[in-house]
Every structure is written in C-alpha cells, then in structure tokens.
Design a binder for this molecule. Structure first.
Ligand SMILES: [Zn+2]
Length: 67
C-alpha cells in the first residue's frame, strides 16, 4: 500500500517518491531541481539542505542546494 506524505513546503499530499508536490517542485530554481534530481552519495545531504531551508522559512524561489 503506497504511503503518501505531506509536501514539506505546503503540506498538501505528494507522491511517496517525491521531495515536494509538483507545484512546489516547479517553483524551485532550476539549479536546485537539477541538484536534487541527482542520485549519488550526497542525495541525502541535499535533501537535508532542502528541508532545513524550508524549516527556516526560506522561500521556494530562493532555495539553494550546494552539495
Ligand atoms: Zn507543495
């Protein structure tokens, strides 16, 4: 049974394999989306960067993923 979790930005339901709902995802700057789409040893570190900025109130349009 698939589990849905809320989007960490807007709290609407999102797909289980997605970091954000599609509306929020496409609001991110393109470089942040490209970084988050990479799957390598730093994927979890990038996800933590995203979540800590969301928790800190950084607007979606200003999210930066540096790893
Ligand atoms: Zn959202």
């Amino acid at each position: 049974m698939p589990t849905t979790t809320p989007c960490p930005s807007c709290r609407r339901p999102k797909g289980p394999a997605k970091y954000l709902c599609s509306d929020c995802w496409f609001t991110l700057p393109q470089p942040a989306r490209a970084a988050l789409n990479r799957r390598d040893d730093h994927a979890m570190a990038r996800l933590r960067e995203l979540h800590s900025q969301l928790a800190g109130g950084v607007p979606l349009t200003e999210i930066q993923v540096t790893r």
